[in-house]
Design a protein around this ligand. Structure first.
Ligand code: G6P
Ligand code: MG
Length: 214
């Protein structure tokens, strides 16, 4: 089977923004009076903003009506946007540009598959837009990972079948989404957390096209 397309998650795969999501959620949790650990944060990765808030409130044993929840999510997002508005190319993760350039040289199409509504600002600030043949973000999907919608749309926009694509993901929910889309998935991060992916890499430094062979 030949791989014709690679779909990249954004936060924590292409750029180091997973830490900013964590910082902003932690700030909200602390303001509400409870602790929020990095381990808890794994449950939020790849998950939509509102669903993340639900999980956070469950951890803090709290509940609010919809109107307050909207305000809390907005508060978190304002802090997050403040963090990412200062971003530049230095926050692209090591080896990512080289790897994507290599893929493109070899005729492989590139898509972004993220449920973040802030993907546009990040791609703009880091000058990465030009690398992607298709960009699917939170403004184009209605269902968050682990639903496969984001990856299926990415494949469709690339003009490829799901089995011709490989997904790169740092989130447990994202790995599940790729599996639900019938795609191969390479985990980016820790072996222990991403054990359900087909392969795991710790990052893109030194990674060549042989990673696409199964
Ligand atoms: C990505 C991140 C999540 C984040 C989600 C929504 O999937 O991994 O941590 O909650 O996007 O992001 P947004 O920027 O729209 O709040
Ligand atoms: Mg991610």
């Amino acid at each position: 089977m030949t791989i014709k397309g690679c779909i990249f998650d954004l936060d924590g795969v292409v750029v180091d923004t997973a830490k900013y999501h964590y910082l902003a959620w932690k700030r909200l949790a602390n303001e509400l009076g409870f602790e929020f650990t990095e381990k808890d944060n794994e449950r939020l990765k790849g998950v939509s903003r509102m669903k993340s808030l639900e999980i956070l409130l469950e951890i803090g044993n709290m509940n609010f009506d919809e109107e307050i929840k909207e305000k809390l999510a907005e508060k978190k997002n304002n802090w997050y946007v403040e963090y990412i508005s200062k971003m530049d190319e230095s926050e692209i993760l090591p080896g990512v540009k080289e790897f994507i350039t290599n893929l493109k040289k070899n005729g492989i199409k590139i898509a972004l598959g993220s449920v973040s509504k802030n993907a546009g600002i990040i791609l703009e600030n880091t000058n990465l837009k030009k690398y992607f043949d298709a960009i699917i973000d939170g403004n184009k999907v209605t269902k968050a990972k682990p639903d496969p919608e984001v990856f299926l749309k990415a494949a469709e926009e690339l003009g490829l079948e799901p089995y011709e694509c490989i997904v790169f993901e740092d989130a447990v929910a994202g790995i599940e989404a790729a599996k639900n889309a019938n795609m191969r998935v390479i985990g980016v991060g820790s072996d222990e957390i991403l054990k359900d992916s087909d392969k795991v890499i710790s990052g893109f430094e030194g990674i060549d096209l042989s990673i696409l062979e199964f």
